[in-house]
Write a protein that binds this ligand. Structure first.
Ligand code: BGC
Length: 345
């Protein structure tokens, strides 16, 4: 599955060479590939870059595969089910990358498989370095493809909880999640696992989203009005819609923490009361932070969250499984879609 970064609609399915050994010593046969908003942005030519000396980029960063061959003693054996870590540290490396926190890269020199300067996992076989492969419970089945998006959410929770340590009396009660896409629903799931009263702002009232919100025993708010005057200890903003970002900040309770997880294009201007924003944050000890990507510890936290989740719930997040010979359909946006997966089996 390749494309020319920067060229809209250039995605195609084509024969390419076997993955080079320089990609890593483990050879993986792909089982499934998740498609996300970032892939759509890359398809539209708005994001993404090819590796040096290549015009095309192999797409795909939400992987699930089975090890075909691995060097002995590397910690992986044929048959292991694995997911590939997306980001690679910058080559300098910066202090964060040097400490294994490539998700916090400080010089912008990182690469990302299937996104930025490195071929992705959207091929029948890919190679990966043992230190960037993560084993996952084979019992998860196809739901294992949710590991990468879950790692993003695990990082957001990790950072929210680190910020929360500034107060010894931190005892959050409720959570607002905006958007019931895969990231929002996984964020809500992890909120329920923490025993929080979870509210989800999601405009869709039909299809699988409301049912899944119900399965989490979360409150569904189809409009901002339905939130009344509720304020939240934690707000996880997963829509990347400017008006909802503003609402998410407004809904933060004193001492609360808002984490922004969606990526917006720049240039979306709207009126915003910066004085009121500053006043609210300062007088309320509130925090607004952004979070992207994930390091190995977050993949481990994600694996733990997925292992504790109801498997049927996870499977129902995957609303369409598209076989490889109908691959174009995987990139269509259809009503009711939550996670669309390209099935390589
Ligand atoms: C991926 C992240 C990546 C980000 C920015 C997201 O879709 O899940 O791993 O860091 O895009 O490229």
């Amino acid at each position: 599955m390749t494309l020319l970064p920067g060229v809209p609609d250039s995605v195609r399915l084509e024969e390419i060479d076997e993955p080079p050994l320089s990609d890593g010593s483990i050879l993986v046969r792909t089982l499934a590939l998740g498609i996300c908003g970032t892939d759509h942005e890359i398809l539209e030519g708005l994001h993404g870059s090819a590796p040096q000396h290549s015009q095309h980029l192999v797409l795909g960063h939400e992987s699930l595969g089975v090890v075909e061959t691995a060097p002995s003693g590397c910690g992986f054996s044929p048959g292991d089910v694995v997911v590939g870590i997306v980001r690679r540290p910058d080559p300098v490396p910066c202090p964060a990358c040097a400490a294994g926190e490539w998700d916090m890269c400080r010089n912008d020199g990182y690469t990302e498989r299937g996104i930025r300067g490195r071929h992705g996992f959207g091929a029948e076989r890919f190679r990966i370095e043992p230190e960037f492969a993560v084993k996952i419970d084979p019992d998860l089945g196809i739901a294992g493809v949710l590991m990468e998006p879950a790692s993003i959410v695990a990082k957001a929770w990790d950072h929210v909880e680190r910020v929360a340590l500034r107060s010894q009396a931190w005892s959050p009660r409720n959570l607002l999640v905006s958007g019931a896409g895969p990231i929002g629903l996984l964020a809500a799931l992890m909120g329920r696992q923490r025993g929080l009263d979870v509210h989800i702002l999601e405009r869709t009232v039909a299809g699988p989203k409301p049912a899944l919100i119900g399965e989490l025993a979360a409150h569904h708010h189809a409009s901002v009005g339905s939130l009344g005057d509720l304020r939240f200890d934690v707000v996880l903003e997963c829509t990347a819609a400017p008006a909802i970002i503003v609402e998410a900040i407004k809904r933060c309770a004193p001492s609360g923490i808002v984490c922004l997880l969606g990526v917006t294009p720049s240039g979306l201007t709207s009126e915003f009361d910066i004085g009121g924003f500053n006043r609210k944050l300062v007088l309320g000890n509130e925090v607004v932070l952004g979070a992207v990507n994930a390091n190995l510890s977050h993949y481990r936290q994600a694996a733990d969250a997925l292992a504790r989740a109801d498997k049927l719930f996870l499977e129902r997040l995957i609303t369409r499984r598209v076989p490889l010979d109908r691959w174009r359909e995987a990139f269509e946006k259809r009503p009711g879609d939550i996670k669309v997966v390209l099935d390589f089996t």
